[in-house]
Design a protein around this ligand. Structure first.
Ligand code: AMP
Length: 407
């Protein structure tokens, strides 16, 4: 199978070459023909499978004929990072055309977005809140939308965007093509699909299992040695870009500081950072100025950085879904990557669940040279243990902070 078989407008072939795509990925192979026929689509595809081009190419193909200077395609997505990534993808693939797109999301001043809307861009890539704001001011006009894409629908649900998504759908003409992408299908997403799509073609690629290009390993460790073990793993692993996930923004920030004290070029991505800081963290990480990015789940959702060789779960995610999303950041589009997860005895249930989903026992890695027996430092408010003082692990500049409370 190659891209010629889709009989896409010849102007798009330049974009495909420009993007460096040689052959369609499995989801593209299955979904693009149906999307080109104008059918509604429900695709179970995790990020990293090439799902963005799956909807971008049919959108561009359709918009190449018909009216210009009107918003005719709308892609709704949960985070601004994802919106920017989709827009980058559109720019690359539309290089041979004069179609225009704009991103719309909150957290930044609306002026450039309003200007782009007034110019009459054909494609909108938007997060729900700001889009509704601009639609209510009649700046974003949704009455000419012919194609609607709901991307990462499960994430939009998790983040509480469903009511906004429903409001947006009401503003769009009922006669349209709708494509819904989701890595998982909780009941609420199924309900939304049933309400908004008509006779959709269902496409499932890679279901709720991680990309096969990723290898997984668990690193059992006592809670108090997670930071020390992370340093050890990094020291002995040949990595390209490394993305580390922590459970809370405080833990992400504190780990980032400790890593920078160890001499790593490190940045962080979490909701305590301003939009400007997030953008510069992301571009610095993409361009290789930072080797390591420490992030929380929400901030790193859908992140697409080709050079990520390793994802390290400093904290085990709360759900198997979140695990799949996290490790989808590496091993993208047939590249290989490694996912390392630090596990404490508390994580046993999640480990069992992951192994069930992945239908394999995940290897446990023990680093022989690492001292797993260093005792935990005494907790504050607890009497110091009697007898000889236990060996403490080397304090870093930020170790004076008490450990954040665990859930
Ligand atoms: P996505 O799942 O859309 O986030 O895509 C993951 C990565 O795969 C992105 O960097 C895409 O540019 C890339 N990609 C998408 N389609 C192809 C393809 N047919 N061949 C090679 N890479 C692709």
């Amino acid at each position: 199978m190659n891209f010629n078989q889709f009989k896409l407008d010849s102007r798009l072939m330049a974009g495909i070459t420009n993007a460096g795509y040689e052959k369609p990925t499995p989801v593209q192979e299955q979904a693009i023909p149906a999307a080109l026929e104008g059918r509604d689509l429900i695709a179970t595809a995790q990020t990293g499978t090439g799902k963005t081009a799956t909807f971008v190419l049919p959108i561009l193909h359709k918009l190449l004929s018909g009216a210009r200077h009107k918003s005719r395609a709308l892609i709704v997505t949960p985070t601004r990072e994802l919106a920017e990534q989709i827009n980058d993808n559109i720019r690359t693939l539309s290089a041979g055309t004069n179609l225009r797109s704009a991103t719309i999301y909150g957290g930044v001043g609306p002026a450039p977005q309003i200007k782009a809307l007034k110019m009459g861009v054909e494609i909108l890539v938007a997060c729900p809140g700001r889009l509704l704001d601009l639609a209510s001011q009649n700046v974003a006009k949704l009455d000419n939308i012919e194609i609607l894409v709901l991307d990462e629908a499960d994430r939009m649900f998790d983040m509480g965007f469903m009511p906004d998504v429903r409001r947006i759908i009401k503003l769009i003409p009922a006669k349209r093509q709708t494509m819904l992408f989701s890595a998982t299908f909780p009941v609420e997403v199924e309900k939304l699909a049933a309400e908004t799509l008509s006779a959709p073609q269902r496409i499932a690629v890679g279901l709720t299992r991680p990309a096969h290009t990723v290898s997984h390993a668990l690193y059992p460790v006592p809670k108090h040695l997670k930071t020390a073990l992370t340093f050890e793993i990094l020291k002995r692993t040949d990595t390209n870009a490394v993305l580390i996930f922590a459970r809370t923004r405080h833990r992400a920030q504190s780990l980032a500081i400790k890593l920078s004290h160890e001499g790593y070029r490190v940045t962080s991505l979490h909701s305590d950072r301003t939009q400007g800081q997030r953008q510069s963290a992301l571009s610095g990480f993409k361009e290789g100025r930072y080797q390591i990015m420490v992030a929380t789940d929400i901030a790193a959702r859908g992140l697409d950085v080709d050079s990520i060789s390793h994802v390290i779960n400093f904290d085990m995610p709360d759900t198997a879904d979140a695990y799949i999303h996290r490790i989808g950041r590496t091993g993208r589009a047939e590249r290989s990557g490694d996912a390392f997860t630090l596990v404490t005895p508390e994580d046993d249930d999640m480990v069992r669940e992951l192994e069930k989903i992945m239908k394999q026992t995940l290897p446990r890695e023990i680093i022989d040279e690492f001292n797993y027996r260093v005792p935990a430092p005494p907790q504050q408010n607890q009497p110091a243990p009697r007898g000889p003082k236990p060996l403490q692990h080397r304090p870093t500049h930020t170790d004076h902070k008490p450990h954040p409370k665990r859930r």
